[in-house]
Design a protein around this ligand. Structure first.
Ligand SMILES: *Cc1c(COP(=O)(O)O)cnc(C)c1O
Length: 431
């Protein structure tokens, strides 16, 4: 299997280079040259996630020297629980994607990418994974590379602009993980990372690489949990899916699972007040814009980078005519939904999952009674400062998160400029 740039199909490469480079040389995103079709009826619905992922991902690794390592990578990275919780004994299921070490769905993909990079022999002598984060990505990447020989992680996050627990989490790993709190906003962090990665000299000197959400190694593993959910629920097929959406990585993986043959019906994108995708799917031309700050901060994206992959996937027809819908929920709707779900079910949901629950409520009110799978993307305990005042009760902290929160947390302040990052990189000392 070869991978091509979304911008130029003549720029082709294997999965290894696509994983190493992150971005194609023309600034496009890597996509598989064709989508494999699978035969879900021949697959085992009792399979573990790792087993299912191996079937789903093997075609993408065909012909690569990573192919023989793939079973071990799946086994080690994807051995996380994947509960499907049925609501009201009706045709609605919540897929809880938050049982990994940092309590958000990004754990699945970050662990898989880390396994691939290690198998590729990155990490000799030492690779520095540089990542800008507004919260969840940085923690997932840190957990995935924590104490992995040959790697260190440098996280840049905007000082004072991530949730208190998110900040604590970022600084709580220690060892080979360095948290830098930047005097600036998320865009400053992202700019510093991009500049460093675009500077060949620094890339060589510090062994820099990235693990950001546009890497194909983050997108592909996410297909596997939609595939497994569709297998487990196949007597209800086709099942419609709702995905809380920011950069469109998780939802695109769901769409890919459907295009590969799994029993998924329409895919509904639930966004916060950032309306770029809902406006597009309502018929407007695509118009990226600056991100708005909302309670669902991991989805504060005004120009979703994976849109380019979606446009590529539907290059021969209009994506607005492809069984995809999108709806936007502002902070008031998020708050209402968190309160309502607590009142009706005694269940606490994070602000991102609340957008999906709001959309599910609207579909049911409109009389849609088809089977529905809702992706729950983070544990509510991660967003206690939003959730607890709304429900008036404490949210129980899952054990992995509790262990991290019990550790001391340390971060270094840095100015939002290149020079400050450079001198930091020169003086890093892994414990
Ligand atoms: C990152 C994140 C999202 C958005 O996912 P995308 O792949 O960027 O669309 C939603 N919810 C949570 C909790 C997240 O961390």
């Amino acid at each position: 299997m070869e991978f091509i740039s979304t911008r130029d199909p003549n720029l082709r490469t294997g999965i290894e280079q696509a994983l190493r480079a992150g971005l194609a040389p023309d600034g496009g995103l890597y996509v598989p040259e064709r989508l494999p079709r699978l035969e879900p009826s021949a697959m085992n619905p009792e399979a573990s996630l790792a087993e299912c992922a191996l079937d789903v991902l093997a075609p993408f690794f065909d012909g690569s020297r990573l192919a023989e390592r793939l079973p071990a990578i799946c086994r080690e990275a994807l051995n996380l629980p994947l509960p499907l919780v049925r609501l009201d004994n009706g045709p609605t299921w919540l897929m809880e994607l938050f049982h990994g070490p940092t309590a958000a769905f990004k754990d699945f993909a970050a662990r898989f990418l880390a396994g691939c990079l290690q198998a590729l022999g990155r990490g000799s002598p030492i690779t520095t994974v540089l990542v800008a984060t507004s919260g969840d990505t940085g923690a997932a990447v840190a957990a995935a590379f924590h104490r992995r020989p040959g790697f260190r992680v440098v996280i840049l996050y905007p000082d004072g602009r991530v949730a208190a627990r998110q900040a604590h989490q970022l600084g709580a790993f220690g060892d080979n993980v360095h948290a830098l709190r930047v005097a600036g906003d998320f865009d400053d962090c992202q700019r510093l990372v991009k500049q460093a990665l675009a500077d060949r000299d620094r890339v060589r000197r510090f062994g820099l690489t990235s693990a950001n959400s546009i890497s194909i190694g983050r997108l592909l593993p996410q297909i596997s949990y939609y595939a497994l959910a569709a297998l487990r629920l196949r007597e209800h097929a086709p099942i419609d899916v709702i995905v809380p959406t920011g950069n469109l990585g998780n939802a695109l993986a769901c769409i890919l699972a459907r295009e590969m043959g799994f029993g998924i019906g329409s895919v509904h994108l639930a966004t916060n007040a950032n309306r770029t995708l809902p406006d597009f799917f309502a018929g407007q031309d695509y118009a990226g814009r600056p991100g708005l700050k909302t309670l669902a901060n991991a989805m504060d994206v005004g120009d979703p980078s994976n849109f380019e992959r979606l446009a590529w996937l539907f290059r021969e027809r209009d994506p607005r005519n492809a069984g995809i819908e999108a709806s936007s929920y502002d902070d008031a709707a998020i708050e209402d939904t968190i309160r309502r779900v607590w009142r009706e079910r005694g269940m606490a949901v994070c602000p991102h999952t609340a957008c999906a629950m709001a959309l599910a409520g609207h579909l049911r009110e409109a009389g849609r009674d088809s089977p529905l799978l809702i992706a729950a993307t983070a544990h509510p305990a991660k967003f206690d400062s939003v959730v607890e005042p709304l429900i008036g009760a404490p949210v129980e902290v899952p054990p992995a998160l509790a262990r991290l929160l019990a550790r001391p947390s340390r971060s270094e302040p840095i100015a939002a400029d290149d020079g400050a990052l450079n001198s930091m990189l020169e003086h890093l000392d892994d414990a």
